[in-house]
Design a protein around this ligand. Structure first.
Ligand code: NAG
Ligand code: NAG
Ligand code: NAG
Length: 487
């Protein structure tokens, strides 16, 4: 009987595997720079419901870590850039960090940490070199601390780097000519050698969307995977998409420093849906359909054919408080909306089915009340200043050129801004006044393309589903162990 049950289980499990081979291997970035972040338990549930077994964080938020405890989801935790200098200067601090953020979760039923991301894109040119000196020593101190704590064989430190750490010469712009950026080539070589010594992977973020955003002459089709672009010919190897070309430029750079076989993780890849003329749901759907199909087929790239590429999608949900310095699209990277609802069809299994993701469960909304321009408002001279105020504290990026709410009249703009602010302020009474210019309304001002959203209740999503008991038990155990560890 037991053997029959076991056999049945095996048969069932091989079926689930066959149904979602990509989702099993696929990673997801979980960012939390939102005015109303989805509750961590709802996030973990939505990951499970969609069969996602790997997640990448941008910190080690204790609520997120507690929710992940016992879930079996593999985690890449992260050290923010502003901590790198301290961790670089003092090995004792790195040791302490590992104790507090890795060791305390490292038990049966705790959090399955696989990687520690040391910094996030620290060598971006826009950081003016602020993290050039501290990143490598911080990486060394953290990996050494992991090794000394006896977990270095299972948990690897890596540095998620922006793809601008390598390039091909303008005179020979093909992937096989890829080298690390000349101003940091010595440093990159040292980092690669250190990663290799510790059997740790190289992590890079690749954004075909940005290639398009940053260059008006970039051929649209080359950002996607449909093969429609005029190929780039690299010594007889034809490249039809920028993802492959970018990945293989890195492979060439690694090869040039003697580590051509180093495992590469794509730490972020994705497509935003608002805030730019190319940031739209239809393009995101097309991009992911192509990417997921290739991942499912283990296509690899020309330099590394026939292999699965470990990829973390960016990102899970929209984040309405992200800096828009890189562009208005920054707040719209989610494959799910701010409230955990899917935006477009997406088959994580890469079979091209017209499927929707399972939405977040138990999300509760604020009442169906919007804030809009008062139709009887007199003093319209004050409108501009009030719109500016609202947009300083709330997300107005959908109003911009090429975005979903662009092209409205002044009244529409004002209502959009006032409502965005009112929602961020949890519909507080005095948050819909604007010197008498605004009034709450029960009538939805949304148009066919422009969504005047209702925010979710902060921290109010209930946890539903079968894992509730196990997760609660794990959380209690975790709290106990943390108490013990901190004594
Ligand atoms: C980098 O330098 C530019 C120009 O000098 C400046 O505008 C920007 O704020 C600096 N960024 C950082 C992160 O220091
Ligand atoms: C509405 O706001 C957008 C974004 O700020 C701006 O580009 C546009 O000119 C505004 N439209 C009107 C009619 O004021
Ligand atoms: C607008 O938001 C509602 C929920 O607030 C959602 O159901 C709907 O799909 C959204 N529409 C668009 C065009 O995004």
């Amino acid at each position: 009987m037991a053997r029959l049950a076991a056999a049945l289980l095996v048969a069932l499990c091989s079926l689930c595997w066959a149904a979602a081979p990509v989702a099993e291997a696929l990673g997801m970035n979980w960012g939390t720079q939102a005015s109303h972040p989805l509750p961590p338990k709802a996030v973990v549930q939505v990951l499970r419901d969609n069969g996602i077994k790997k997640v990448k964080l941008f910190d080690t938020d204790s609520a997120a870590m507690s929710s992940l405890a016992g879930s079996g989801i593999e985690v890449m935790v992260a050290i923010p850039n502003n901590m790198l200098a301290d961790l670089a200067a003092d090995a004792g601090k790195a040791k302490d960090w590992v104790k507090r953020h890795v060791k305390r979760y490292d038990f049966d039923g705790g959090v399955t940490i696989k990687y520690v991301a040391v910094g996030n894109e620290p060598f971006l040119e826009s950081y003016n070199g602020s993290f050039i000196k501290v990143t490598f020593p911080a990486l060394q101190n953290i990996q050494n601390a992991l090794n000394n704590a006896g977990v270095g064989d299972r948990i690897k430190a890596t540095v998620p780097l922006n793809a601008d750490v390598y390039n091909s010469p303008a005179s020979h712009p093909v992937p096989s000519a890829g080298r690390f950026r000349s101003d940091i080539s010595g440093l990159m070589t040292d980092i690669v050698k250190f990663l290799a010594k510790n059997n740790a992977p190289f992590t890079v973020n690749i954004y075909p969307f940005l290639s398009l955003y940053l260059n008006d002459n970039f051929p649209l089709d080359y950002a996607f995977f449909d093969g429609g672009a005029t190929p780039v010919n690299d010594n007889g190897v034809l490249y039809t998409n920028v993802f492959d070309a970018n990945f293989d430029t890195l492979v060439a750079a690694l090869k040039a420093v003697g580590n051509g076989d180093m495992p590469v993780i794509v730490g972020e890849v994705g497509w935003p849906t608002d805030g730019d003329k190319h940031a739209k749901a239809s393009y995101a759907e097309r991009f992911y359909a192509g990417l997921l199909k290739r991942l499912a087929a283990n296509t690899g790239t020309p330099a590394r054919p026939n292999q699965y590429i470990e990829v973390y999608l960016f990102g899970l949900v929209d984040e309405d408080m992200k800096s828009v310095a890189p562009g208005n699209f920054e707040r719209h990277w989610g494959i799910l909306r701010y409230d955990g609802q899917p935006k477009y069809a997406m088959d994580l299994a890469g079979q091209g089915r017209n499927a929707m993701l399972v939405p977040a469960k138990g999300v509760k909304y604020l009442p169906k009340t919007w804030c809009a321009l008062n139709p009887n408002a007199r003093d319209l001279g004050k409108l501009g200043a009030n719109i500016d105020y609202a947009c300083t504290f709330a997300d107005c990026t959908p109003l911009g050129y090429g975005s979903t709410c662009n092209g409205m009249d002044t009244a529409g703009n004002a209502s959009y801004a006032f409502n965005a602010y009112y929602q961020v302020q949890n519909q507080k009474d005095d948050a819909c006044d604007f010197q008498g210019l605004a009034l709450p309304t029960e009538k939805d001002p949304s148009t066919a393309t422009c969504n005047f959203t209702i925010q979710i209740q902060a921290g109010a999503a209930a946890l539903h589903g079968r894992s509730a008991g196990a997760a609660a038990a794990a959380a209690v155990l975790l709290a106990l162990l943390q108490l013990l560890a901190l004594r």
